[in-house]
Design a protein around this ligand. Structure first.
Ligand SMILES: Nc1nc2c(ncn2[C@@H]2O[C@H](COP(=O)(O)OP(=O)(O)OP(=O)(O)O)[C@@H](O)[C@H]2O)c(=O)[nH]1
Length: 364
């Protein structure tokens, strides 16, 4: 792991339980010192942390794409915090309930000073078990917050029946099959589940979702396709481009029955997982993702991966938000660990065959 300070971005719709989680983090005895950045008013400082209020300030990137924006206020606050480096171990950014997480996440990938000193550890989204299903219908921010997440606290499970919890979790999975979902009451969760996650844990994801395990030849060896790669257009992708396609049914979610766990597919949010067995060549991989970011980045809400680079003992961990990319070499591959290269994409209009072919062409 690098010595960059880990940053946890905390999102979730209004009233979901973000502040409840934050207060738990700040009051628990964990021996760590967190700097907390809250872009809300009325917050007060608590022992050992720094709570900084900030007004909204969002800049469009100079590539002209409105899907790439960064928070100027956040850059300045983090740069200020870096001058106090050593006084804290980690940073937590709590966003307002209505915020799109993209500009917050992108901030960690574009500003050089921020990038040199901090790394986005994980996006943690708190979801309200009672109201999420409704908000997914009427609030695009709520859906983006789910799509973006590495970890989702499915909170307020005390307010719904077990069957309703199952239902809302199935809807979450329809949008983001890769996040770790933890059911909570009053945001009670072991803090190790949400903090210092090391970005994300693809191995675990692929273990849990064997149907997403695909080999480098692009075929699903499980013999059934759950249909997560169907090609749909979303009017609300937030990238500023008009994707309206009037041939499509604009209903939000389809449930596919079939006994046991329900499968939902969200028409406006898709996900694709790709694997290349063995090493990729960084000289091919890096230019490929850079080109892909330019050509298709507006459709990629979040993309990430763990790569095995040829002749490199460490794992390369990669993540992107729309057109903005970040990656670094992290821990060494363990003895006996299978050195596969994996990528996942969450977004709209994902052309799985094209992505797979492009990824395979970077094999070493
Ligand atoms: N019943 C129940 N209430 C909860 C739970 N978690 C939080 N609450 C309550 O829900 C309300 C909102 O919680 P907050 O933590 O302030 O939510 P938030 O996401 O920070 O809200 P905003 O700042 O408005 O976006 C508070 O009254 C909490 O006490 C839970 O698991 N069950």
């Amino acid at each position: 792991m690098s010595d960059k300070i880990p940053v946890t971005v905390l999102t979730g719709y209004l009233g979901a339980g973000k502040t409840t989680l934050l207060n738990r983090i700040l009051s628990e005895q964990h021996g760590k010192r967190y700097a907390v950045i809250v872009n809300e008013f009325g917050e007060i400082g608590i022992d050992n942390e720094l709570v900084v209020g900030a007004d909204e300030e969002v800049f469009e990137m100079n590539n002209g794409c409105i899907c790439c924006t960064v928070r100027g206020d956040l850059i300045r606050i983090i740069e200020g915090l870096m001058k106090r480096k050593g006084k804290f171990d980690a940073i937590i950014v709590e966003t307002t309930g209505l915020a799109d997480p993209a500009p917050v996440a992108q901030t960690f990938f574009v500003d050089e000073e921020v990038q040199d000193n901090a790394r986005l550890d994980a996006v943690v989204t708190v979801a309200d078990a009672k109201w999420l299903t409704d908000r997914l219908k009427d609030a695009p921010e709520a859906k983006n917050q789910i799509a973006f997440a590495d970890v989702i606290l499915l909170n307020k499970t005390d307010l719904v029946t077990p069957a309703e919890v199952e239902e809302v979790e199935a809807r979450i999975r329809g949008i983001n099959p890769y996040a770790r979902v933890i059911r909570t009451v009053k945001s009670q969760v072991p803090l190790s589940e949400v903090l210092d996650r090391g970005a994300f844990d693809l191995e675990r994801i692929l273990e849990l979702e064997p149907a997403f395990l695909e080999t480098g030849d692009g075929h699903d060896h499980h013999g059934h396709d759950h249909g997560h790669d169907h090609h749909e257009h979303g009017p609300d992708c937030g990238c500023g481009h008009d994707h309206h396609d009037h041939d499509h049914d604009h209903g939000h979610l389809h449930a596919h029955g079939g006994g046991g766990l329900k499968h939902y597919h969200d028409e406006h949010m898709q996900s694709v997982a790709l694997t290349v067995s063995g090493d990729v060549d960084p000289e091919k991989f890096i230019p490929w993702v850079q080109d892909l970011a330019q050509s298709d980045g507006q459709n990629f809400l979040r993309w990430k991966g763990i790569l095995s680079f040829k002749d490199e003992p460490r794992r390369y961990v990669f993540q992107g938000v729309h057109m903005i990319l970040d990656g670094d070499l992290q821990r060494e591959w363990k003895p006996g660990e299978k050195r596969d290269s994996k990528l996942v994409f969450i977004g709209k209009d994902l052309d799985k065959a094209k992505l797979q072919a492009g990824f395979e062409a970077t094999a070493a």
